[in-house]
Design a protein around this ligand. Sequence first.
Ligand code: 13P
Length: 256
Amino acid sequence: MRRKLVVGNWKMNGSIAKNKALLDNVISGVQHLRDSDYVVCVPYPYLAQVQSLAQGSNVAWGAQNLCANENAALTGAVSPHMLVDYGCSYVIVGHSERRMQSHETDDTAAARFNAAVSGGLTPIFCMGESKEERESDWTEYVVGRQLDSILRRFGADMVAKAVLAYEPLWAVGTDNPATPEQAQQVHKFIRNRIARCDKVVAKNVRILYGGSIQPANAAALFAMPDIDGGLVGRCSLDAKAFVDICRAADQYAIAA
Ligand code: 13P
């Protein structure tokens, strides 16, 4: 059984004052929803605030990146145990914005993935192709390569401890979401590739879609058999929109 999961990725947004209003409204908006899981991934400086506001609620929290090392001379880096200290359960790994802007590679993303699992966090491992790659029919090659960077290196048992996210670059931060059918096709490809290694893990691992999810398209995406929820950017900064997306997930609560 796969419970739906909705994750808000605040990216580099927020302030102490705005976060409180946003989170209070998200927490009260989802408090009666029982059939899915809800998470916010926030900038590091706000982890303590989110911890104090969200603990005891049904909203979990996490970070947007982590360092692959523990306790080292790495100026500006944040280790897995520091995230655990602030009650994080999740951490995003290998987001396309980090792959593009911070020179994240398959290797560095895989190292962070490993560190997250070893540190007791659930990585949300992002994969996705660019517009040019899709137009050249390379989607499965690119997503397959990114998936293999963790699946072949660490095995299906490690993938079982993660959440996967398909985030096509051409849909992230645009008003051009993948259609439910386009997303489903890639999600199915991901699940089938995992099934070649381990059928049980493939059946149980959650695969989120990300890229211009809005209340208007969430239900149609979540109705797809291999889409287990969403990784939400801009709409996670608007409590009503985020709660509406969480409600859409609840509507399609359990996949077989
Ligand atoms: P948007 O929902 O703003 O397109 O962002 C998606 C995303 O990158 C979530 O990680």
